[in-house]
Ligand binder design. Structure first.
Ligand code: ZN
Length: 460
């Protein structure tokens, strides 16, 4: 049992805005108690060195792909797209051992903490031995991920994946997919075992790889096993145009329409990517209560396409972020990519902002992703609110891009103007897990830049 603690922050992000002089209580379970603005700092409270922001959940990760980042940026064939990238990625996936996976995930999870995530959802399909046979403990690869997360101190939601077919019209897997082979019963039992382990900061949900890899009978079998439990259910969907065309050919319906019409997804469901949609599909998903997980860095890297961000935001569909293949590992960059993709595609500015309700682009995107963080991770709540896990980030106000900004512009400055990581400390469950001190600060020895900014914009 940890000791309860009190922190004091001159600025803390509560209820979607900066509040001043906040006393933050953490209970003995590492959850937030009372969060009280406009207080004096009591002597026993730990004064935090900068603005306090909630961390975010990274809702989509394949940790092993971290070992492949930077190794697929050469065009060696005439055609280079998602599918050729996938063939090269499989070449790495087929060689990774549990010990190697733990090493890769350990590095990745430290980087994700530094990037402002304190919980990661592992869409985990690399289950079996290199030759496709089973490990003595069939969850050896899952435990490798769990051990890495535990050592780093990041929260982990393991999502064992049902992966049974190579395509819509194919009964079996390809030879190079042999490490992924599972059925609904295997996935359900894996999820049960992980939750029964009751390890700190570890929980489990379930996942279906995609509509091409999990056919109707697989989906129905897993739905029957999950029943009315509150486990999150993740699925890759509509990432690629070829998948949309294959789904149309096989079912007569587009992927999200097919999912909604045939399987009645609900708020537990997380639709990863959801890149290629029609307005009708967005309406159907919105009506279902399901959320979407956008992975802007990976979607850009793989040439997937741009999602209909105004459409999803407009209907209030829950949104979270994922770093997926891990070419990008911090949420500031993901939000920047997300908005810039929209600006380039639509030839407009501030696409995500809403002049009447939320004119700040960064605030609207951040708040959407914060509000959408809990459900994909199977957690009851997320952010600076009583009962949520006491996870938070301490920003370095002297980081390049934040110096001299008025409080009201801090979030926009963070997302659009920083050029180094502006996160100085990362706390998980009330405990400091990463302390970079003032490493991000930019020197301004004479204070002349700060004085100029204050003259132009007011004193923060
Ligand atoms: Zn993925």
């Amino acid at each position: 049992m940890k000791a309860a603690a009190r922190f004091f922050a001159e600025l803390a992000w509560i209820d979607g805005r900066w509040q001043r002089d906040v006393l933050l209580h953490v209970d003995a379970c590492g959850q937030w108690g009372q969060l009280l603005p406009d207080q004096a700092c009591p002597p026993d409270a730990q004064r935090l060195a900068g603005p306090v922001l909630p961390s975010l959940v990274n809702a989509h990760s394949h940790a092993f792909q971290r070992a492949f980042a930077g190794l697929a940026e050469r065009r060696e064939t005439e055609q280079d797209d998602f599918w050729s990238w996938r063939d090269r990625m499989y070449g790495v996936a087929l060689r990774i051992t549990p010990a190697q996976l733990k090493a890769i995930a350990g590095q990745l999870y430290r980087e994700l903490l530094q990037g402002g995530y304190t919980q990661v959802c592992e869409f985990h399909y690399l289950h079996h031995c290199e030759d496709g046979s089973r490990y003595d403990d069939e969850l050896a690869m899952a435990w490798a991920l769990a051990e890495a997360a535990e050592e780093v101190g990041i929260g982990l939601t393991l999502l064992p994946v049902l992966y049974a077919h190579a395509g819509f019209a194919q009964p079996a897997l390809r030879a190079d997919q042999r490490r992924f082979a599972t059925d609904a019963a295997w996935v359900w039992q894996a999820s049960q075992r992980i939750n029964a382990a009751a390890r700190p900061l570890l929980n489990a949900g379930v996942a279906l790889h995609s509509l091409r890899a999990a056919h109707a009978s697989d989906i129905r079998s897993l739905q029957a096993l999950v029943g009315d439990t509150d486990l999150p259910i993740h699925i890759h969907i509509s990432e690629q145009q070829a998948e949309v065309q294959d789904c149309l050919a096989a079912t007569g319906q587009r992927p999200m329409a097919y999912l909604c019409n045939e399987f009645a997804p609900d708020a537990r469901w997380q639709l990863v990517h959801a890149t290629h949609s029609t307005p009708q599909e967005i309406e159907q998903v919105a009506a279902s209560g399901a959320g979407i997980v956008i992975c802007p860095g990976t979607e850009a890297n793989l040439g997937d396409g741009l999602c209909d961000l105004p459409g999803w935001l407009g209907l209030g569909v829950p949104i979270s972020l994922g770093s997926d293949s891990h070419v990008t590992r911090d949420w500031v960059q993901e939000l920047r990519w997300l908005e810039y993709g929209q600006r380039l595609g639509l030839q407009q500015r501030n696409v995500a902002a809403q002049p009447q309700s939320e004119p700040s682009t960064a605030v609207r995107l951040f708040e959407a992703c914060r509000a959408g963080s809990a459900v994909p991770a199977g957690l009851p709540r997320w952010g600076l609110q009583p009962g949520a896990r006491a996870d938070f980030l301490v920003l370095d106000r002297l980081a390049s891009g934040l110096q001299g900004l008025p409080d009201a512009a801090l979030m926009d400055g963070l997302v659009f103007a920083t050029q180094t990581n502006a996160i100085a400390q990362v706390y998980v469950s009330g405990q400091c897990r990463l302390d970079l001190g003032a490493a991000a600060a930019m020197p301004d020895p004479a204070g002349s830049f700060l004085a100029t900014m204050q003259a132009l914009h007011g004193k923060a």
